[in-house]
Design a protein around this ligand. Structure first.
Ligand SMILES: Nc1nc2c(ncn2[C@@H]2O[C@H](COP(=O)(O)OP(=O)(O)OP(=O)(O)O)[C@@H](O)[C@H]2O)c(=O)[nH]1
Ligand SMILES: [Zn+2]
Length: 185
């Protein structure tokens, strides 16, 4: 649960710290705005994806399901700057599938936390594995980290790719190729 009073206090101090006047017209509501924003962008801290993924349907056809180009925004935990991009999620069902929107909800739950991209990728794969008990899972994230593009090393256009494979995807190169071909199309 975000402690709004604490966040407001912190932002006031931050503004003072950078030599600004937190009481000037343009900044006087900023601590409140940021506190409200924090409940949105860090709202995933109070949630797990399980509740969403439990919306399930029985199936007889256990062919791969792929949801691609799921846009996400997260905050890098080292600099508290945004990283954002696309998530691609595939799984091979084992008698049950979840609602399609629930895959995107899963991404949001774990993206709306202070994160590193590697952990975000693992948490998405873990949630699918845990709740759907599928035959296999593959998750790929591609993102731009603003801590690498607008500050520091400043490499605009650079992208970070992370991949996790579980179950049948783990050692099956053909399945992995199929995933990559479908993501590329
Ligand atoms: N592995 C990983 N590293 C990340 C992620 N987001 C940011 N980083 C890196 O975290 C590192 C933090 O490095 P530090 O040396 O502690 O911080 P810094 O002095 O601000 O480093 P620079 O970014 O190189 O200026 C940097 O190399 C970032 O690029 C992420 O999602 N995964
Ligand atoms: Zn960063």
């Amino acid at each position: 649960m975000v402690d709004k009073a604490k966040v407001e206090q912190a932002i006031r101090l931050l503004l003072e710290g950078i030599g600004e006047n937190p009481d000037r017209e343009g900044l006087k509501d900023t601590p409140d705005r940021i506190a409200r924003m924090c409940t949105e962008i860090y709202g995933g801290l109070d949630e797990e994806a399980d509740q969403h993924l439990l919306k399930q349907f029985q199936v007889e056809n256990n062919e791969m399901v792929l949801e691609k180009d799921i846009t996400f925004y997260s905050m890098c935990e080292h600099h508290l700057m945004p990283f954002y991009g696309k998530a691609h999620i595939a799984y091979i069902p084992n008698g049950k599938v979840t609602g399609l929107s629930k895959l995107a909800r899963t991404v949001d739950v774990y993206a709306r936390r202070p994160q590193i991209q590697e952990r975000l990728t693992v948490q998405i794969a873990d949630a699918l594995d845990r709740v759907l008990e599928p035959k296999g899972v593959m998750v790929m994230l591609e993102a731009e980290h603003t801590c690498m593009t607008m500050r520091g090393i400043k490499k605009p256009g650079s992208k970070t790719m992370t991949v996790i494979t579980r179950g049948e995807f783990k050692n099956n190169i053909e399945l992995q190729k199929q995933f990559l071909a479908m993501v590329k199309d």
